[in-house]
Design a protein around this ligand. Structure first.
Ligand code: ACO
Length: 428
């Protein structure tokens, strides 16, 4: 029999042999299961894609039960410990750890694409003083499409690569401009002599000093944070990137859509929600009462739970450790005590144990961002900078995959059968 599934249709007793490849059946093989020649054939129903693989990928591996995350086969713990974000970006995009000269070339290319057209400043000015920075970021990324019309040539590998470099290079600039706008501060141009993360810190925090020298701990912390956020296989925003990109629209438009998906409070917006939650809890003594509310479904414990991880999110473990290093520079974040107490109590409670709810990447990251003096609304933008390369690596893989077509799910239509239109006078 080999690797296959024998399916008996109890409606008519017919039996089918469905091959199993790479641990999955091809949903299209179900279409042969019919009760009559004009029957459409069987479909699978999977709202929220809980058990449907939409692609074959060689980029990121997650074992949610074991709490394992690997990029291109390398454990996230080793990558976060040892490399820069740009090195990680190249690994994700190209599949192998880059040789030194190849890395230098890549880093040089990214560094020299960090500037944006002067008009970007003008449309940034058009936003209200209290505009949400994620809204500005998403709009600015979408607007880049109008500056690079060649990006529409998604079938051309060279053109794709240029846009990938541009996007990785320019998202920190757009993010920093959005930040400066909300603060009423002048925009700071990129400093090409600084590292990717050092330059980002400069564009955000530089004031009157002639030369901004980034704090090495914070510069390194951003490398780690961006690496941890760089990719996470087919999550909501990445699936959006692939889905929108499957229409063959340019990558700026797809990436703006992906960033839109990330903005939601159940996805990348959760890091901000964690902070609002901790501030609302206010004191360690209030934690048991908050947990009671979570158990009675009056509240959600933001930063906990994950669709894939049914174990401690390995990224949360690394971020928790990183937080202590950052706090040595910035001073302690007083909300850390509440977070630690929440985690301690939650991990002992049956409600969380039975549902396998553990801290996710967003639980501790917000505490670091806040300690660095970023406003809470800005947290999802920081997530988006790191995730940009993952979206792009997945987009490139999708565009070059012969099995992919324009994404177009089916539905189970449960509405009315055909009926005749009635004018107002005949309606009840
Ligand atoms: N707090 C309280 N209860 C929770 C939480 C939580 N954070 N997460 C899940 N649950 C409960 C659900 O209410 C459900 O309970 P039930 O069985 O009594 O109905 C059960 O655990 C299973 O949860 P689902 O909703 O089925 O889990 P799903 O996989 O659909 O959702 C998600 C995953 C969206 C991440 C969810 O855990 C959540 O909303 N967490 C809080 C938001 C958050 O931190 N998001 C960031 C995720 S990481 C990222 O996107 C980068």
């Amino acid at each position: 029999m080999g690797d296959s599934l024998t399916v008996t249709d109890n409606r008519n007793g017919k039996t089918y042999e469905i091959p199993i490849r790479d641990g999955a059946i091809n949903a299209f093989d179900l279409r042969q299961i019919k009760t009559s020649p004009d029957d459409f054939g069987l479909m699978s129903y999977d709202p929220a894609y809980k058990n449907t693989a939409s692609c074959k990928s060689r980029i990121t591996y997650i074992d949610g039960d074991q709490g394992i995350l690997r990029y291109r086969g390398y454990p996230i713990e080793q990558l976060a410990e040892s490399m820069t974000y740009l090195e990680c970006a190249q690994l994700l995009l190209e599949g192998e750890l880059p040789a030194k000269d190849s890395y230098d070339k890549f880093a040089h290319e990214v560094t020299y694409h960090t500037f944006v057209h002067e008009n970007v400043k003008r449309f940034m000015h058009g936003f209200r003083y209290d505009a949400h920075p994620m809204s500005m970021f998403i709009s600015a990324v979408a607007a880049l499409s109008s500056f690079y019309p060649e990006a529409a040539e998604v079938g051309d590998a060279e053109v794709r690569r240029r846009q990938i470099i541009r996007l990785i290079a320019k998202v920190p600039t757009l993010a920093a401009f959005a930040y400066r706008h909300t603060q009423g501060l002048p925009y700071v141009y990129p400093s090409n002599e600084l590292s990717y993360t050092g330059n980002f810190l400069a564009m955000v925090f530089k004031m009157s000093e002639s030369r901004y020298v980034p704090n090495p701990t914070l510069e390194r912390a951003f490398d780690v944070l961006f690496i941890l956020h760089a990719d996470h296989e087919q999550n909501c925003s990445t699936s959006t990137m692939r889905q929108v990109g499957s229409s063959r629209v340019d990558p700026y438009t797809s990436l703006a859509a992906a960033a839109g998906a990330l903005y939601g409070p159940l996805h990348g917006g959760a890091n901000a929600e964690v902070l609002y939650m901790l501030e609302k809890i206010g004191r360690k003594e209030n934690v048991p009462d908050f947990i009671r509310k979570v158990k009675s479904k009056e509240a959600m414990l933001m930063g906990f739970g994950h669709r894939v991880y049914r174990n401690y999110d390995p990224r949360a473990r690394i971020i928790k450790k990183l937080a202590h290093e950052v706090f040595q520079v910035t001073g302690m974040n007083p909300l850390l005590d509440i977070a630690l107490e929440l985690e301690r109590i939650a991990l002992e409670e049956d409600y969380f144990v039975q549902r396998k709810l553990y801290p996710n990447v967003d639980f501790y990251s917000g505490l670091i961002y806040q300690a660095m003096r970023f406003p809470t609304e800005f947290f999802p933008v920081l997530f988006a900078i790191g995730r940009t390369v993952g979206w792009l690596a997945q987009w490139e893989e999708m565009v070059t995959d012969d099995e992919q077509k324009i994404a177009r799910p089916r539905q189970l239509y449960l509405g009315h059968d055909v009926r005749d239109f009635k004018p107002f006078a005949q309606r009840g």
